[in-house]
Design a protein around this ligand. Structure first.
Ligand SMILES: [Zn+2]
Length: 82
């Protein structure tokens, strides 16, 4: 993940199989829970689109307690705040 602008959602939950959704939002595969080691471990990072991010948050927290920036539902071309 050296070029985040080229990152495509890892789709770990197979929510949109075969559909490459560009994203620039990194996500922690293993929740870091405040651990700097996990937080900065690049092998623990994966690109997740907004939809998958929300889905993961809902799965792991049982709700949408993990607000992220940006609007959900966009199918492609996540535009970084230009
Ligand atoms: Zn996704």
């Amino acid at each position: 993940m050296s070029k985040p602008e080229n990152a495509v959602c890892a789709d770990p939950y197979k929510r949109h199989p075969g559909v490459a959704i560009a994203t620039w939002c990194p996500d922690h595969i293993v929740p870091h829970k405040g651990s700097p080691a996990l937080f900065w471990d690049l092998s623990n990072w994966q690109p997740l689109c907004q939809g998958c991010n929300s889905y993961k948050a809902a799965r792991e927290e049982g709700g949408f307690g993990n607000e992220t920036q940006g609007v959900g539902g966009s199918k492609s071309s996540a535009t970084p705040g230009v």
